[in-house]
Design a protein around this ligand. Sequence first.
Ligand SMILES: Nc1ncnc2c1ncn2[C@@H]1O[C@H](COP(=O)(O)OP(=O)(O)OP(=O)(O)O)[C@@H](O)[C@H]1O
Ligand SMILES: [Mg+2]
Length: 225
Amino acid sequence: MRIRMKGIYKYWEGEFGKIRVLENVNLDIADKEFIAIMGPSGTGKSTFLHLLGCIDKPNFGEIYLDNTDICTIPENIREEIRLEHIGFIFQNYYLIPTLSVLENVMLPMQLANSFVGKQEERAMKMLELVGMEAKWNSDTAKLSGGQRQRVSTARALVNNPGLLLADEPTGNLDSKSTREVMDMLKIVNRQQGVTTVMVTHDSKVAAYADKVYYLDEGRISTANI
Ligand SMILES: Nc1ncnc2c1ncn2[C@@H]1O[C@H](COP(=O)(O)OP(=O)(O)OP(=O)(O)O)[C@@H](O)[C@H]1O
Ligand SMILES: [Mg+2]
């Protein structure tokens, strides 16, 4: 999926006036590209991902996912795009503890009504991709952090999204699990050709990306790390 952001402004109305988060952000991300975004805490990195993921809207500007401006289309179409074409990975995994590994991975297909009749087969294939097939029936509470992040990656990819958004995917991992998860994300980006936008505080993690950007004081710039 190709992404173009044009003149994006985002602010919140705070108790003491406007909090300006993004000010005239312009960015093009090529199809299949893997980019990283770094920047100080509170600078708007998660907000940036939420705008791309149809979770939140900018106050001004245009965001094209391929040729669709996701800022002007109705909410039900945004939801459809979110479910069918975008995968999310979060720092805290957000796996559902009452569901097994396999059931967690099946969930996005049930929500999007995709792969009907083949959902188990598809979920197992994704678990193989992330090297977690042996744990398909495990309780998610019994997995390590790295294993949970692999499962949440399988879940993010199950609907075959064009765009993968990862918000500090290694934020809770030790250095060995960090390498494993990043090697896996790199392979997934290359093999599946999924455009990947990742936020991280760790420059070693950012180095896995094709390009690194720095977000600060509302502006985005290319970073040299
Ligand atoms: N729903 C909201 N209402 C009001 N202000 C918000 C809301 N969400 C975020 N903000 C503010 O927007 C700014 C950017 O927040 P954001 O979560 O995007 O930062 P971040 O760069 O992801 O930070 P971190 O590195 O700590 O995760 C912060 O000042 C935050 O307080
Ligand atoms: Mg954040």
